[in-house]
Design a protein around this ligand. Sequence first.
Ligand code: FAD
Ligand code: FES
Length: 259
Amino acid sequence: MPRFQLTARAVRRQVLNSQAVIIGLEAAEIAASAIPGQFVELKVPGVLWRRPMSIYRRIGDVIEILVAIVGPGSRALAQLIPGGSIDIIGPLGNGFPIDGSDGDVVDDVVVAGGFGIAPFPFLVQRLREVGRTPRIFLGGRTKDQLFRQDLPAERISVATEDGSAGEQGKVVPLFASFADAVPERIERMRVYACGPTPMLRALQHAVASRGIRAWVSVEREMACGIGICQGCVVGAAGSDAYLLACKDGPVFDASAIVL
Ligand SMILES: Cc1cc2nc3c(=O)[nH]c(=O)nc-3n(C[C@H](O)[C@H](O)[C@H](O)COP(=O)(O)OP(=O)(O)OC[C@H]3O[C@@H](n4cnc5c(N)ncnc54)[C@H](O)[C@@H]3O)c2cc1C
Ligand code: FES
């Protein structure tokens, strides 16, 4: 898989709320070779380690990232304005397995919690290019944690913990009720998930108990991003071995890892 280091010019900045910004970066080589689920590492001035961000969407030569402001790196990144530039490396990691090998998939399903939505506009884009429109389950603590502006509205089901949008509750039970209502489709269902670790753990259980195939994108704090520092360990299921989120992931078969 090719990997590029380049200085990307910012061409777009969209503020979603006080905690979230979308930045568009001109990065032709990365845009041309990336697949959904991959990420880039950005060298944010004044911050020691590069910061990993999923590729949110691809528009021509531009890749977009959705930045959740949680600390100094993301805060500085969120201030990048059009005309500014930043050093980035990518595409990194693997991606969601959507092409070919899964045969005749009938039910693509996305399950995302909060900022876990980040890799999915790109995935939805790719699936639609091959004639597949996934069903999308979105969850957040409140409606302010739902980022659905770049997803097909008619396919989205929502759960919020405070009931401020959609069903009151968590997103995994919402997905599980859907799955239970269509038992005849379970066998050909493919689930792609990203979100906080407790949510992914609940999803692992929900899919394992129903025999549904699923892939999860995990977050680990990262330094090198390319498999050298061993800083992003994920336990392998059924053994003492470990995997690296940056190199073996960040997308894993849900049955292959311990969260
Ligand atoms: C493969 C991958 C893809 C990611 N994609 C996105 C994305 O698309 N959008 C986005 O906003 N964020 C994404 N993240 C998380 C993002 O990289 C971190 O939030 C960011 O690096 C934090 O840097 P900071 O300097 O702002 O905060 P820091 O001061 O470094 O951290 C602030 C707080 O966030 C926690 N934190 C830091 N890094 C992570 C992490 N990787 N996972 C969970 N908690 C963390 C810290 O423990 C601390 O509590 C991704 C992470 C990975 C590994
Ligand atoms: S971040 Fe260095 S090995 Fe994964």
